[in-house]
Design a protein. Structure first.
Length: 111
């Protein structure tokens, strides 16, 4: 697989019969990424939610850390029901610990 943590894009090989030994990485981050991607892949979720009380009807949001890939659609369903009152600052947490992942949903712009 290709490491997506930086633009270098190292080509990783992971030996699943040898405790997920990672080779091909140019830095230690690639080792962690390669193992996690095979054992329990995670992603940062980006989306938009409704806003009211200001000039914007929608506001972009994201998780402040990656969540298990299998929870992404459930996370998106929850976001459909969230409405944010303006004004708010970028980085404001609008939903804590989504799906008990430890990740918060934060605004990615001022409204
Ligand atoms: S292994 Fe390190 S240097 Fe290579 S793409 Fe991943 S983060 Fe970048």
């Amino acid at each position: 697989m290709i490491c997506i943590l930086c633009p270098i894009g190292c080509h990783l090989s992971i030996d699943i019969e040898n405790d997920y030994k990672v080779t091909g990485n140019s830095c230690p981050k690639g080792e962690g990424y390669g193992k996690e991607e095979l054992i329990a892949p995670k992603r940062v979720v980006t989306s938009i939610v409704r806003a009211y009380g200001g000039i914007h009807n929608m506001v972009p949001v994201k998780t402040d850390k990656s969540i298990p890939k299998e929870l992404i659609f459930e996370c998106m369903e929850l976001l459909k029901n969230i409405k944010v009152q303006s004004p708010q600052k970028i980085g404001t947490i609008i939903f804590e610990n989504i799906l008990n992942t430890g990740a918060n949903i934060v605004l990615t712009r001022d409204i």
